[in-house]
Design a protein around this ligand. Structure first.
Ligand code: ATP
Ligand code: MG
Length: 409
């Protein structure tokens, strides 16, 4: 992308009301625009990061047989009333609106009820199962606190996957596959080392659910881990009874703060029972469908990655999610001409800072925007037939010959 042709604008200062580091940096670097507390617009750079994260999730869910759909955001209250979740106490607080023709609608805070209701049209026999479907969808929640930039939105992007099974064993099998897929996803987006699968409270039907918690100083959650980090629990289940259950009584646990980037639940009959999602088994008997649900906070994950790797100069993206791989700067007439040559055919890989600005400003913006590598071609480097490479994450700087630049980059 050519910087001069995009509407990316970097800002020297973050807006005054933006107190979270992720929000401040993402705003200053031109990734997002804040509409109001907990509500953000995604600009070209930000959308590319979101799309890269989505791409990785799609690939990993595809490997375990999941199919993507897109469900509606406007919600009919009826199924939610049946499960008792249309009252504000049950789900994160609803945004509701009146229909001009009378009656009320809600804006989806999550999708268990509508997806269960929808499946009544498609699941009738054991032959229809198992089934795994997911979506990337904007959820709406009237969150009380929305001061953490894109970590906690009133409008945010979630990946929600739902699975449907004939038996508990089959649900268990798939749940284990999702655990593996999640590990690969968090590994690939760059937070694998610091993301732990933690025990969390499971609700009525299963003993525990699991959260995926990324260690982060500004995270809103508190987690506890043992010496080798083989057992990690969130605060709700950190008690003697659970420790005994997990065979960890007497072990020493340490406390840290973390952000929940995903969670997985064995729902069993929690929604299929009240909503009447049933199937006919091989003996021709009617049975209730077993369900699981599996979320990832896609926009929160972007914020977590931004927070986690940023330094005093700006953002630092892992290559897998970075909007571009290279930040390209040409200095001087010859440097600019050579940079143009390099850019040709690499428009999707490089952000070419062709703006009419001083090199110092371009360097500062390259650090703020945080692409993995900066490539500088100047009259000075060209005198030696070279270009300068700088790796954003380490600050390591080195020279490569132009031949190597064109062949390997
Ligand atoms: P939290 O405890 O952080 O409020 P939750 O338990 O309400 O999360 P779920 O309803 O299970 O979360 O949603 C699935 C995922 O969506 C969460 O794991 C989290 O990553 C993300 N998420 C939840 N609420 C928000 C929000 N307000 N803004 C951004 N992401 C969110
Ligand atoms: Mg919540």
């Amino acid at each position: 992308m050519r910087f001069s042709k995009t509407f990316i604008k970097t800002l020297r200062e973050a807006p005054k009301d933006e107190t979270a580091r992720n929000g401040a940096l993402l705003t200053r670097a031109g990734y997002v625009h804040k509409e109001m507390a907990g509500v953000y617009d995604y600009l070209p750079l930000g959308l590319r990061v979101i799309d890269n994260i989505k791409g990785i999730i799609r690939e990993e869910l595809g490997k375990i047989g999941c199919e993507e759909i897109a469900m509606s955001t406007l919600q009919n209250p009826e199924p939610w009333e049946k499960t008792g979740r249309y009252s504000d106490q049950e789900v994160d607080i609803w945004f509701k609106t009146e229909l001009s023709a009378g009656g009320e609608l809600g804006l989806a805070p999550t999708h268990e009820e509508p997806v269960t209701e929808m499946m009544k049209s498609y699941i009738s026999s054991y032959k229809d199962l198992p089934l795994y479907i997911y979506q990337f969808q904007t959820k709406f929640r009237n969150e009380l606190r929305a001061k953490s930039g894109i970590l906690r939105g009133r409008e945010f992007l979630m990946k929600d996957l739902y699975s449907f099974h004939t038996s508990e064993e089959d649900l268990d099998r798939f749940y284990a596959e999702v655990e593996e897929a999640y590990r690969r996803i968090f590994e690939r987006v760059g937070v694998g080392d610091s993301t732990y699968e933690t025990f969390a409270s499971g609700g009525i039907f299963s003993k525990y659910s699991h959260e995926f918690q990324t260690v982060l100083p500004v995270g809103e959650d508190t987690i506890y881990y043992n010496a080798d980090k083989s057992i990690v629990l969130n605060k709700e289940v950190y008690n003697d009874e659970v420790l005994e259950d997990l065979g960890a009584k007497g072990e020493k646990f340490e406390e840290t703060t973390a952000a929940e980037v995903g969670n997985i639940f064995k729902l069993n009959f929690k929604y299929s029972e009240p909503l009447g999602l049933k199937f006919i088994d091989e003996q021709n008997e009617q049975k209730t469908v077993y369900m699981g649900c599996y979320g990832i906070g896609v926009s929160r994950l972007m914020g977590v990655i931004a927070e986690k790797f940023a330094d005093e100069k700006g953002l630092v993206w892992p290559e897998s999610v970075a909007p571009f791989k290279y930040y390209l700067i040409g200095i001087g007439e010859k440097g600019m001409a050579e940079a143009e040559k390099f850019f040709a055919g690499r428009e999707e890989m490089a952000l070419f800072d062709d703006r009419d600005k001083r090199p110092g400003e371009k360097f500062a913006d390259s650090e703020l925007i945080g692409l993995p590598f900066r490539i500088v071609i100047s009259d000075k480097t060209l005198a030696e037939n070279e270009a300068e490479i700088c790796e954003r994450s380490t600050g390591k700087t080195w020279r490569v010959s132009l031949t190597e630049l064109f062949e390997k980059f």
